[in-house]
Ligand binder design. Structure first.
Ligand SMILES: *Cc1c(COP(=O)(O)O)cnc(C)c1O
Length: 383
């Protein structure tokens, strides 16, 4: 049975369909004007000086570490509570992901624990704005400056999130977004890097396209170019960019609907026993862009989570788990580095106890009441 209230659903309209058909009707599928137009539109939305489109958020993060020259012997601080991509992007260069636990109230990296994880090998710090709640960036920026470290923001869940009015991704040295189908907006697959440093932006553009010295349009003789560096093919195609251009136009509306749904769901869940709403409202200098509502089950009942999720599903209510395990507990990392349970208690608690409930713009506040009623009936039965 497909869910009546799906966890996530990309909102693709005639605008996106027509834009894609227009690309397909023309001669240019890559190296065209749409990727540039999309970069300009997203840069305008975030007020970023530079934006570099890429084929995914993971590709963007890997491209940054590669461009910085990270490799074996280097370390990057990474939150334990995140998508595995945040760590993989480091490990793909040969460098080591050094995990730091989450803070309990938000699931974001525990800022107080960052400095203890810094060693002479540390080259960068990565933060993730978990569920769309911004990390307290001024504090992390101060740490990065003090230790002369590159600061990367994984903004996959955070378009629209700001700290002191400045969009996330612009506090650190670079911010990377994901346009995977169930994120705040989509290009099917895709990502973008925003940053202030124009020279680094140029270098990223070079290395995302083979390290070739001339873009397609710059070649005087067709097909003639030189290669000045080792690089990838991490470009975004014109088809993906055409979808993105239409989605950015709709993004403010999507975010507004998410905020309304989140508020409605938080209110409707207030009297439901056995859970705590994550994230709690933040201090006023941080503006969130809720990706989902995290219902954190009481520890006493968290082992019942699979049954609760199954019962929700039986009522047509979709949910998800963000993220299924602290990354250092996942097999690849556990086998490589070993897993010391005592080091990531908050990440483990959130990974094992949280049910991610939908607040996406495919839903309306009335459906938030349905979700809360469903969960209330299930949880009341447990007490
Ligand atoms: C989804 C996600 C990613 C991966 O994004 P892709 O575009 O699929 O590469 C990375 N980091 C976080 C925090 C995510 O939620």
């Amino acid at each position: 049975m497909s869910d009546v209230i799906p966890f996530g659903k990309p909102l693709i309209g005639d605008e996106e369909r027509n834009a894609v058909m227009e690309v397909l009707a023309g001669p240019i599928l890559v190296h065209g004007p749409r990727a540039t137009e999309f970069e300009q539109a997203f840069a305008a939305f975030t007020a970023a000086p530079h934006a570099v489109s890429v084929s995914s958020c993971t590709a963007g993060m890997h491209l940054i570490y590669f461009t910085l020259g990270l490799g074996a012997g280097d370390e990057v601080i990474v939150p334990a509570q995140t998508h595995v991509a945040t760590a993989h992007a480091v490990e793909l260069t040969g460098a080591k992901a050094v995990f730091v636990d989450a803070e309990e109230a938000t699931g974001n990296i525990d800022i107080a624990a960052i400095e203890a994880a810094i060693t002479p090998q540390t080259r960068a710090i990565a933060v993730v704005h978990y569920l769309g709640v911004p990390v307290d960036m001024p504090q992390v920026v101060a740490i990065a400056r003090r230790h002369n470290l590159f600061l990367l923001e994984d903004c996959a869940l955070a378009p629209g999130a700001k700290v002191d009015g400045v969009h996330v991704g612009l506090w650190g040295d670079a911010g990377v977004f994901s346009f995977y189908p169930v994120k705040h907006m989509t290009t099917a697959e895709g990502g973008i890097i925003i940053l202030r440093d124009g020279e680094l932006a140029q270098r990223l553009r070079l290395l995302k396209a083979f390290g070739v010295d001339r873009t397609h349009g710059e070649r005087k003789v067709p097909g003639v170019y030189d290669t000045v560096a080792l690089g990838f093919n991490y470009r975004m195609s014109e088809i993906h960019a055409a979808i993105g251009i239409e989605q950015v136009k709709k993004l403010p509306g999507f975010l507004q609907q998410r905020a309304e749904n989140f508020a409605a769901l938080a209110i409707a869940l207030a009297d439901v026993p056995g859970l705590r709403v994550l994230p709690q409202p933040m201090d006023s200098h941080r503006h969130s862009c809720h990706y989902c509502l995290g219902a954190l089950l009481d520890e006493a009942i968290q082992e019942k989570r699979p049954a609760i999720i199954t019962q929700l599903k039986a009522q047509g209510i979709g949910s998800s788990v963000y993220y299924p395990q602290p990354v250092p507990r996942m097999t690849y990392y556990r086998e490589k580095y070993g897993y010391d349970e005592s080091r990531y208690p908050n990440a483990a608690r959130i990974s094992d106890g949280l049910i991610a409930l939908p607040v996406g713009p495919h839903l309306q506040p009335e459906q938030m009441v349905t979700i809360a009623d469903g969960l209330r009936a299930i949880l009341t039965g447990l007490f």
